[in-house]
Design a protein. Sequence first.
Length: 508
Amino acid sequence: MSFAQSVSANLPALQVVLPLLAAPLVLLLRSARAAFALTLVVSFACLAIAIALWQQVDASGPIFYAMGSWAPPWGIGYYVDKLAAFMLVLVSLTAAVAVPYSRASLAREIPADSHTLFYVMFLLCLSGLLGIVITGDAFNLFVFLEVSSLSTYVLIAFGRDRRALVASYQYLIMGSIGATFIVVGVGLLYLMTGTLNLVDMAERLADVRSSRPVLAALAFLTVGISLKLALFPLHQWLPNAYTYAPSVVTAFLAATATKVSVYVLIRFYFSVFGESLVFHKLPLPEIMLWLSLLAMFAANFVAIFQNNLKRLFAYSSVAQIGYITLGLSFDSVNGLTASIVHLFNHGIAKGAIFLLIGGIVLGIAKPGAVAPAPTFDRLAGLAKRMPLTCFGIVLAGLSLIGVPGTAGFVTKWYLILAAMERGQWWLVGAILLSSLLAVAYVWRFVETAYFRAPPADAENPAQLRNEAPLSMLVPAWLLIAATFWFGLDTSLTIGTALEVAQQLVRGQ
């Protein structure tokens, strides 16, 4: 076997091992510049591997990879199908965009002596998220979940505002509760099946699917994963975490962390427990439907009245998660298609918004001063000084609203199709009405940035930056371009989501 063939055969392992091994190496370098360079190389390598895995799956079908040549169910196996490849691309793409952005952002938001440690934690978080997606072992999934979570707590705590420590602590408590629920659920499944391999577990559950321990495992896993994905009303950790974390951390987490948790929920619901148990024998669809509607309306409504721009879009993320779980509650091909495609569509749109807000944080700060919070009183008339940044937020906001031509419209269209299939026209109205709330908070930013004059006691504009550096603007605008590209050309996103949804819902 040639070297190229050997590398190609071991791509699933390299996807996770590469950032995992790079993390301690970055720590040993003890140089912020070298840490940035190595993290940049690793993030782009992970993206290249994810794309290569996508191409392999598209050409040859799902990939089964046995770690250490120990065949499942005895050994730990990695499994890559279309859905996993789709998520690997999202996570690695976000990392590849965030790292070039990070250098200028960190210079003002994190003390210089912490930059190396930041990149260590970033690589561990990336490795954990990729591992969650690719592993085919339930306990290994829990381990990677904890790797990503523990590193995330540290990343959030890097924020210079003291409230970042409180936000990190809140997330630590909520995340630990969620992890406890997940490990109890996995333990119950192991008790009933004697295996941790997800494929083998699904086969063995066929004979005991309706037993009380299995139903208890389903309940524990649902609650635990819902805490991780911030399903309303288990979202209390998210607004503070997104608000007080460094901008690059907020952007990376908003685009990936909750989306990976939704992916885990989909895996357990459809691939392990089975559609008939989750959606036909239990009232989970009804519960998820009403919680999703509460998220869509309550979180959007609360977002309108926030004074901090990061906090506003943090509550917007809670509402957008509601759209994802609403699609799951339909138990239909169109509904699941909407959920899967919104993992990607919302990830790139919200990632772009938080990257641009990071530019605003730099733009409203005086030279040498600590970057202030992007409150609305500081944003008045900002569009005149930072036109590209403000216009980018408006364009990405159109996707959150669901304006035709954007990726967000594609999601809401499929949600509406799913509601009409069930004859629930009131749900169509609810989806449209919740979108109007998104119009309200996006318009609030437009009104402040474009139509309000700076206050009379504002700092001298000459002392402030006129626009974010190109190293921050270019990554954000790449995601904005992707938002419109995938709103007009849906062959990749909808094509993948529709194929996966058909396989999961109908067993095709």
